[in-house]
Design a protein around this ligand. Structure first.
Ligand code: AMP
Ligand code: MG
Length: 518
């Protein structure tokens, strides 16, 4: 196995001088060197052929003893020095101080075909940042991260990715619903990849500690390696850097809204500086279209991270990042202008995104109203987001509107009287609006199918794959992995996955509600 290793993060940035792997506050450092924990009986369950390729590895490499050992933490590649990153963050709106890679260990960075890939094991044992937890991960959360991050990539979303999914052979104790009933679960390790795993929290921790020297070192490093097109670091470039992060964050969230992805834990330590979807925990996919829905049980009361609030939270998180960068800029106005621009851009981009979901090419002044009425209607009776928009691409005229989307309704009996009238009104308006367009039905249909996915990783689907995997059957992981590579294509062999969530899954743990326990 030959990887072109080119470490930068742990070579160019300040390291924790203490080498002991004890839980503590780490100051004046971006990371701590740490060695992954040896596992009892590691077993690879799945490897992504594309990520192998991206890293310059072959299928044979993936079958080697070395691959198994390295990507389960039992061996270290020659000339590498694994490390855990130091970061802080706002959790659920409150500053939480130092957090850091408590269950993630970076192995190295690889350069291949002009791209930089940081490789990171999730669940490979404790680090100085593990606080009161064990640094491990269980099979269920690892399957969810592995499948979803690759699915998101193929949906066209910015995201971290995953190379491999493995069992550690160790047992891990978890209290899934935080109700005092802990049980042993199978331990697992995912190797994930990204150009960088830097988060807003990496900058916040230095600002919070008023360590502006290291704040500057880290920002300059980030610009040099990940935003080089902005030029040499200067006050103006710091402002442009913030603008870029803002734009990327907004674009990512618009994509989330488009496909119905709810992250679940948008704490600032889970916000990538590159604008990637990162840290797949208690995320979920909208089934019924509902602005108020969150999959995360920890957030059940306030629903801070509900679907409809993700764009606001993105802005709130960017404000925290602006505060962290302020000491390098010492001028509030340009940062405030960028944050204000986020709001204007959100309205514009969100409207554009919804137009694309409806197959509207030209801009009509009543579009906002049409979209608002549609969203109101979608809330009248539980309506499956994915099926509704996908089937809408078959729309030709209002008289058959309800027939086309009927499979999206969870309670078809409710589509009567006023609710039925409101839908009929809307379909009439939609038909009239389509009359303003010049593109043909076929062109519109194919454009709509390219933005309204047919297959997403519904919560119950991941749970079925997990239940099987727990019994030693990994076939479904592979089936979902393959299907989700082409989420916009008709795939007749997988038609059974283009269906509403079955009723048994409505209240089942893992299918509708998830905890942060992982
Ligand atoms: P999260 O919001 O789930 O991404 O995690 C918040 C913080 O808790 C991060 O610093 C994680 O590294 C840490 N953490 C979560 N689970 C564990 C675990 N099992 N062991 C150690 N640290 C953890
Ligand atoms: Mg996290």
């Amino acid at each position: 196995m030959k990887l072109h290793i080119k470490d930068k993060f742990n070579v160019e940035l300040p390291a924790d001088t203490i080498l002991e792997n004890s839980r503590r506050q780490v100051s004046k450092a971006c990371f701590s060197f740490v060695i992954p924990k040896k596992t009892a009986n590691p077993e690879l369950l799945h490897v992504s052929p594309e990520i192998l390729d991206n890293l310059g590895l072959s299928q044979d490499d993936a079958k080697s003893e070395m691959f198994l050992n390295v990507f389960t933490g039992n061996d270290i590649l020659p000339n590498t020095k694994p490390y855990a990153m130091c970061y802080g963050g706002h959790q659920f709106g409150h500053w939480a101080g130092q957090l850091g890679d408590g269950r993630a260990i970076n192995l190295c960075e690889v350069e291949h075909n002009g791209k930089n890939w940081a490789l990171q094991l999730k669940g490979a044992g404790e680090t100085p940042y593990s606080r009161s937890a064990d640094g491990l991960a269980v099979l269920r959360s690892s399957v969810r991260e592995y499948l979803c991050s690759e699915a998101m990539f193929h949906l066209g979303l910015p995201t971290t990715r995953a190379l491999s999914l493995a069992l550690s052979g160790d047992q891990v104790l978890r209290d899934v619903m935080y109700d005092g009933n802990p049980a042993y679960e199978k331990g697992a390790i995912v190797c994930r990849t990204a150009a960088s795993f830097l988060r807003f929290g990496n900058y916040q921790i230095f600002a919070a500690r008023q360590d502006y020297d290291n704040l500057k070192v880290l920002v300059d490093y980030t610009i040099k390696h990940h935003f080089a097109y902005l030029g040499q670091p200067s006050k103006d470039v710091y402002i442009e850097f913030f603008r870029e992060v803002t734009n990327r964050t907004l674009d990512m969230i618009i994509h989330w809204q488009r496909v119905g992805f709810v992250h679940g834990v948008m704490n600032t330590d889970n916000m990538s500086i590159l604008g990637l979807t990162i840290d797949y925990g208690p995320y979920g996919w909208l089934e019924g279209y509902d602005y108020g829905w969150t999959p995360n049980t920890t957030d059940r009361e306030n629903k801070r991270y509900r679907y409809g609030n993700q764009p606001n939270i993105g802005l709130w998180n960017l404000l925290q990042l602006a505060n962290a960068l302020y000491p390098l800029i010492e001028e509030a106005k340009p940062l405030e202008d960028i944050l204000n621009q986020y709001k204007t851009d959100f309205d514009k981009k969100s409207l554009e995104m919804m137009r694309s979901k409806l197959g509207l090419e030209i801009h009509d002044e009543n579009d906002q109203q049409l979209i608002q009425e549609l969203e109101d209607n979608l809330h009248l009776s539980e309506t499956d987001m994915t099926i509704f928009f996908r089937n809408l691409s078959d729309f030709k005229n209002a008289s058959e509107g309800l027939g086309i989307v009927k499979d999206a309704f969870y309670k078809p009996d409710e589509i009567v009287a006023k609710i039925k009238t409101r839908w009929e009104d809307w379909f009439n308006k939609y038909e009239q609006r389509l009359g303003l367009e010049t593109i043909s039905f076929e062109v519109r249909q194919s454009k709509m199918k390219a933005v309204n996915p047919k297959y997403v990783l519904r919560n119950y689907m991941a749970q079925l794959a997990i239940d099987n995997a727990d019994k030693g059957d990994y076939v479904l992981i592979d089936e979902l992995f393959k299907m989700l590579k082409k989420p916009y294509n008709e795939q007749p062999e997988y038609e059974k996955w283009f269906a509403k969530r079955p009723e048994w899954a409505r209240h089942k743990v893992g299918c509708s509600m998830l905890s942060c326990s992982s």
